[in-house]
Design a binder for this molecule. Sequence first.
Ligand code: GDP
Ligand code: IMO
Ligand code: MG
Length: 429
Amino acid sequence: MANIVIVGTQWGDEGKGKVVDLLAEFADIVVRFQGGNNAGHTLVVKGEKTICHLIPSGTLQGKTCYIGNGVVVDPAVIIQELDYLSNRGIDVGPDKVKISDRAHIILPYHKAVDLARENKKGDKKIGTTGRGIGPCYEDKATRRGIRFVELLDSEVFRERVKSVVEEKNFYLKNYLHSEPLDADPIIDQYARYAERLAPHVTNISVKLGEAIRAGKQILFEGAQGTHLDIDHGTYPYVTSSNTVAGNACCGSGIGPKQITGVKGIVKAYTTRVGGGPFPTELLDETGDTIQKKGAEFGATTGRKRRVGWLDAVILRNAVRLNGLTGLIITKLDVLCGLASLRICTGYEYNGTVLQNFPSDLKALAACRPVYETLPGWSEDISAIRNVGDLPKNAIEYLNRIVELTQVPINIISVGPAREETIIVKNPFL
Ligand code: GDP
Ligand code: IMO
Ligand code: MG
């Protein structure tokens, strides 16, 4: 029996969706445990592209999908997603997709505050996805959030929304100079959402406990990436949840000893969407080439992703923070055709070389990446299915990643499609 957590090691968009879809074949249940519809996970199966923002990437494999208590759910978005998948013949009925009764819901005022706050910040903005994620987690922490359990009780819901809207309107009008909201239409609209979603809502922790006792295999799907973690990322340029593997437990309601493996997805180079530090960022032609070849546009907002060289300092950070037991390298195919490749092995700071990621953004801004250069390859590798058939220089690049992280590679992805994959060691077998 294996229960595996998949997390992003960088700043998100490492290819978690593709890998979770691929590995879901071997799991009984796929669980999201944090984030919300700020995530955009892309699956390419039989030539067809599917992007999921909330529903775990196990649906195309016909698996049962759970949304844990740690996720913030926009009811309008999940309904849209259920309809989108169901119209394509995928079973997303209440037996297949279940939502925690303790998951917090995103309300229109969360989005309004998110957008107005970013506006006010001007060039200091975080570059959020504008989906209300931060303000929703903020209400959860200050104990005025609304969970599914409250949404399903119309009296409690009405009372809560009325009191929270009053407070939000004061803030929206007087501080953010933005339009106030009317509580009544929100209450009516969310009553319709409640009716639609009620059959999906349950106690996910209890369900997972039963599944674990029955010996089922569970795949936990992280959203965002380790360096967007609210505690361990490049704060304040982060998202508002813990993205590291430990949160698979808190965000779904299981204990740490139930996890048997933690796999970190590593894009073969680095990308970041939105603001914040990015030591190995490429602002030159090579960056443009990789951005175009990798089609690096956000799956949620469509924004161009910033691109840079692979950074072993952040990878080592991710190894420690998540306790990674294996690496999954994605988008290796994108690097073909570059004469040489660079890997950052440390940060030069005030005459010393830092091996660990600094907490202080001022110090990080003063860091200069120390690079080593490796030879590139020109062969198209997307049809390769055995590691030994990769060009010699691609193998050297992978070996160097293993040396620098001291973690073995389990899977190498060489294209967006499910089958464009080299399995070195299947984490479930
Ligand atoms: P996620 O948020 O981690 O699930 O990643 P996204 O779906 O936002 O972004 C990854 C993008 O890369 C998507 O467009 C995928 O279809 C694509 N992709 C995933 N793996 C590979 C790969 O190995 N090669 C190429 N060329 N594209 C990939
Ligand atoms: P997946 O799961 C990449 C980034 C935003 C912004 C910051 C805060 O697809 O990898 P938020 O809306 O969460 O308050 O925005 O976090 N961000 C992501 N970047 N991939 C994601 O998810 C992201 N989710 C949030 O761009 O910089
Ligand atoms: Mg994404």
